[in-house]
Design a binder for this molecule. Structure first.
Ligand code: AMP
Ligand code: MG
Length: 424
């Protein structure tokens, strides 16, 4: 059986990231949140765009006030009031000052701002009680950013800070990577939808819902397909449809060694190359990873491309653990994010509960990760840790990992925890 690390590296090597030219689309700034930049953004604006005041106070000529003190204040005539947004009309001459407010444009002639706390106003005059440093409290044009320099690089996910930068720079049209289209279908004769009556022996297809949510959270577009029965012809039809409409395919079920497990057989029949059959992970041992090589013509004339196919285990917990551990990094790489963002993200935590493993597979124990006094704590979900028990999977935000050979971690011990978070 393949070790987890090796499976991860095989999978990542199979992912061919989106192309910065052909796999992009243009979006309005208002629709850009959560998207990933495909082209470098530069701005024609300097930041700040003009010299402006960092304080409420008085814009002055330093030479006029440098000798000012409490005992002998410099006295200046106020010739203009400049609130934020106002264009100064007057240039400041010797012996003059302008009342100025934070963010307002510096008037010509002034080179320094004296904060109002160090002044006293007397009608149309201001007394400077203490001189600041020369050029104090002036935000110089282009001191934060010079027009034409790179502002944001390709691969940057657009979140609140980047949205602010783009808005300030008046970048209203953005080239972003398109979102990966991920086809999802469940296989099994026993499966029904949540709306259908639950006859004895039937099982609700919860994987469809879990995987849709997972794909959307990872920044992909889920393409849900109907439940597929355990019949080779039906499976062949569904896989053919999935690979013709998606960048990646996730199916669940039918990858173990049972009589009704046809996925690998059909993948091979359809010409897929199978790279992984089983991984030494618990839960999630039966994992099929395959690729379909599309010709340039099959890829709509956009060059050769390969479609990654994940045949995930049917067990709901196993399916999600496989998604978090293996599928998420693959989606993130495909999406155009840089390598640092692919994850998976492990943190070191103290476990509050004792953890157990059979020791022969890398074991992932679901539960909750909390920060306490700046350090992570993990507590395993209560109840059964059978991979068919999806009930106590609710509110999982971490999976404690016991490597092969380690059979337990005592309460209070240190454990690596895979954080179940998505960076987009
Ligand atoms: P399989 O991998 O097809 O052998 O399925 C393993 C177990 O997972 C069986 O108990 C199935 O009933 C259950 N299962 C399979 N597919 C799903 C699904 N889509 N949603 C919920 N449970 C499933
Ligand atoms: Mg099945």
């Amino acid at each position: 059986m393949l070790p987890v690390k090796q499976a991860e590296s095989i999978i990542l090597n199979l992912v061919q990231p989106f192309d910065g030219k052909s796999d992009t689309e243009t979006v309005e700034l208002s629709a850009a949140n959560g998207r990933i930049l495909a082209k470098q953004v530069t701005s024609q604006l300097d930041f700040p765009q003009w010299d402006n005041s960092a304080m409420d106070g008085y814009a002055v000529r330093y030479a006029d006030i440098q000798a000012g003190s409490l005992q002998q204040p410099a006295v200046l005539e106020i010739v203009e009031e400049i609130p934020a947004g106002y264009q100064p009309q007057v240039s400041i001459q010797q012996g003059q000052a302008a009342r100025i407010f934070t963010g307002a444009c510096m008037p010509i002639g002034a080179d320094t701002v004296v904060m109002q706390e160090q002044t006293r106003r007397e009608n149309d005059r201001v007394l400077i009680l203490e001189a600041p440093e020369p050029q104090a409290f002036v935000r110089r044009r282009a001191s934060f950013y010079q027009a034409g320099m790179p502002l944001l690089e390709p691969g940057v996910p657009l979140r609140a800070p980047e949205m602010a930068v783009l808005a300030a720079a008046q970048c209203t049209q953005l080239s972003v990577y398109r979102r990966p289209r991920v086809a999802i279908f469940s296989t099994g004769n026993e499966l029904i939808t949540p709306e259908q009556p639950l006859e004895l022996g039937k099982i609700v297809d919860s994987n469809q819902y879990a995987l849709r949510a997972f794909v959307a959270q990872a920044g992909g577009i889920p393409l849900p397909l109907p439940i597929v029965r355990d019949q080779p012809e039906k499976l062949e039809e569904a896989i053919t449809k999935a690979i013709s409409s998606a960048d990646m395919v996730l199916s669940t079920g039918g990858v173990s060694v049972g009589d009704y497990d046809y996925v690998e057989q059909i993948l091979a029949k359809l010409g897929a190359e199978i790279h992984i059959h089983k991984v030494a992970i618990k839960p999630g041992k039966p994992l099929t990873v395959a690729t379909f090589a599309l010709t340039a013509q099959e890829n709509g004339g956009k060059g050769k491309r390969s479609i990654l196919y994940f045949g995930l285990p049917g067990n709901p917990v196993s399916a999600l653990v496989s998604c978090w551990r293996f599928v998420q990094p693959a989606i993130l790489k495909l999406s155009g994010l840089p390598q640092e963002a692919w994850g998976p993200c492990f943190v070191r935590a103290h476990t509050l509960t004792q953890l157990h493993s059979g020791g022969n597979r890398e074991t992932y124990i679901w539960g909750q990760l909390h920060l306490k006094d700046g350090a992570y704590e993990f507590s395993a979900a209560g109840g059964s840790h059978a991979s068919s028990n999806l009930i106590n999977l609710a509110q999982t935000n971490g999976l404690a990992v016991l490597p092969i050979g380690q059979t337990s971690v005592p309460a209070g011990g240190i454990v690596q925890v895979l954080q179940v978070v998505s960076p987009v």
